[in-house]
Design a protein around this ligand. Structure first.
Ligand SMILES: C[S@@+](CC[C@H](N)C(=O)[O-])C[C@H]1O[C@@H](n2cnc3c(N)ncnc32)[C@H](O)[C@@H]1O
Length: 223
């Protein structure tokens, strides 16, 4: 049975309410991808990919890219922005959109299997783990680990909002939530943490909280 959040995400896409979508390639992806030491021949998985421009950036680096996204509106927009005309086919509970080195499965991430990941050695996660409700994140990590090949790594980007009483320096280390979620399966290296001031609109209303952006490199410890 579909999770109730699925309808909310799909409705957001229908109503063009996608504030998470960036109109540029994520700067931390461009900055830290080389540090992952990934060969062009290695395939990249982008879970909960939306219509992120990061997908095409990875594709343009020469990687085979596999994504998964609930909304067909997002998948269509991703291919359209890239001027690619994909082939579509039913694929179990998913719909597989494919154009040469780019495959996006439209449907639920939890419907993906090991067979869909055969070409994948690296995962790029921006706003996938953190898009899920906290009580789903453990299942997300366990499922990701279950479907990935034994040898793989993840570039994980997160954003942690600060409460009023928090100081930025308290947030510059590895998050306890990330350790709790991943350390059973992956070694964890915090590559980078950067503090961002709150954003205000012209009326002085806060549009984004103070936060810390982090980049992690996770290396699988086998099955
Ligand atoms: C916060 S957005 C991030 C999108 C993208 N990673 C980016 O950086 O723009 C989360 C995306 O995940 C999709 N999504 C949510 N739950 C999903 C699921 N169970 N399976 C596949 N996609 C899902 C939503 O439709 C939405 O596009």
């Amino acid at each position: 049975m579909a999770h109730p959040d699925h309808a909310l995400w799909k409705e957001g896409w229908r109503a063009n309410q996608t504030p998470f979508h960036l109109t540029y390639v994520h700067p931390l992806l461009m900055r830290f991808w080389a540090q992952m030491g990934v060969d062009k021949a290695e395939g990249v998985f982008v879970p909960l990919c939306g219509k992120s421009l990061d997908v095409m950036w990875l594709h343009d680096q020469g990687h085979q890219v596999v994504g998964v996204e609930l909304s067909p509106i997002a998948v269509k927009a991703l291919f359209k922005a890239a001027h690619l005309r994909p082939q579509r086919e039913n694929y179990g509970d998913l719909i597989r959109w494919n154009h040469r080195q780019l495959t996006i499965f439209c449907g639920d991430f939890f419907a993906m299997t090991k067979a869909d990941m055969l070409a994948v050695q690296v995962v790029y996660d921006r706003a996938a783990l953190t898009a899920l409700p906290e009580n789903m994140r453990e299942y997300y990590v366990a499922h990701l680990h279950a479907i990935l090949p034994a040898e793989c790594q993840i570039l994980l980007l997160t954003v942690e909002d600060l409460d009023d009483e928090d100081t930025a320096s308290d947030y510059m280390t590895q998050s306890t939530e990330i350790s709790a979620l991943y350390s059973e399966y992956f070694s964890i290296e915090l590559l980078h943490a950067e503090y961002h001031e709150a954003c205000m609109d012209e009326l002085g209303q806060e549009t984004a909280a103070r936060c810390v952006h982090k980049a992690y490199r996770l290396q699988s410890m086998g099955q």
